[in-house]
Structures are given as C-alpha cells and as structure tokens.
Design a protein around this ligand. Sequence first.
Ligand code: ADP
Ligand code: MG
Length: 207
Amino acid sequence: MIDAKKTIEMLQAIVKKIESEKDFLTELDNAIGDGDHGINLSRGFQKVAEKLPEWEGQDIGAIFKGVGTQLVSTVGGASGPLYGTAFMKAGNACKGKMEISGEDFAAALEAAIGGIKMRGKSTEGEKTMLDALCPAHKALTEALAGGKELKEALADAVEAAAKGVEYTKTIIATKGRASYLGERSIGHQDPGATSSLFLLQAMQETL
Ligand code: ADP
Ligand code: MG
C-alpha cells in the first residue's frame, strides 16, 4: 500500500534524484538532442517541490494531477507535455484515493503510458521514455501476479527499465529530436528513457 503521505515522499525523492542527475541527463541530450533534458525536468520538478506542502492531505489522484499540471505549464520541450500528461492520467486512475495497492499503482502506470503514447503518437521501440516505462510496467504486473509485494515488484520494474535504457543504445530514434540523427543515434542511450528510470528508481527507494 502507498498512502498520500508516501506519495509526497516519493515526489520529494524524485525532485532530489532529478536535481542530482540534472547534468547527466543534459549531457545525454547533448549527444542526440539539444542538451536541455536535465534543465527541463529540473525546472519542472523544482516547481513541483514548491507545491508539495500545499498538496499535503489531498488524495493521491489530486496530487498526481497537480504534478502533471505543473510539468505541463513549466517544462518546455517534448518531455514537459509528455510527463505532464503521464502524471495527469495517473492522477485520473487514482482519483479520490487516499491509498493505493500494487495493482492500483500498476494501473496508474499503465494509464501514464497510455497518455504518453497518445500525446507523443509513439510506441515502444522508438528510442523514447516508453522503452523504459513499458518493460517496467510489464515486469511490475508480472511480479504482482506472482505474489510479490509492491516494493519487490517495483524493484523488478526498475531492473526492467534499466534494461530498457540499455536497449535504447542499440536502436535508431524515430521520434523526437534524436530522430533527426537517424543511424547516428545508435550507440547513445535515450535521455527520456533514462529520466523515466530515475523516476521509477526514486519511487522504489522510497518504499
Ligand atoms: P526536447 O526533445 O523537446 O528538447 P527533452 O529534451 O526535454 O525535449 O526530452 C527529450 C526526450 O523526450 C527524449 O529523450 C524522448 O525520450 C522523449 N520524447 C521525445 N519525443 C517523444 C515522443 N513522441 N514520444 C515519447 N517520448 C518522446
Ligand atoms: Mg532536449
């Protein structure tokens, strides 16, 4: 179970993680994009950090929705609307809930992925955040179905996301700025897949 208080703690951990990986994410985006991914996410999650005290006592759906709204309104670039939509969809999936089960969390992740696919007109295998998030969701669902606790199941999801990030090194980008590079995008890991891994890692470590 994750309650609303834990959700706030997860977001605090995400804010911290993004701050500490800001330069690394920007470096990755320098190689195959325009070098702003870390800066973009840092700007967005700093805004989220400012709002966290206001969200105390609210339900998980409202908190995630708030995160999405902040990201959409403060982050430029592709990742703002994509992560923003993801959190808004996760918020819808957790509407009115003061605590969520592992299955609820998996459903929220599925909704988030659906939002990214819709907004980005993208799918797995295009060298984007989806290449971390989709395998993570699959691993999470399987682990929960196999009877694992959320903490362990989310650890499996993190492991799958890390493999997904490695996989992005081997494929050509067909969405986003990296797609302009064509074959030259091979060999580089996707910044968005990497930040998705960091978000999942930060959440897992909070449990
Ligand atoms: P921008 O590309 O506008 O500079 P960012 O650098 O913040 O935005 O984010 C780049 C990341 O966004 C990419 O690494 C990729 O993971 C993700 N991305 C870009 N376009 C899409 C898309 N259509 N669908 C899913 N993810 C995408
Ligand atoms: Mg960029």
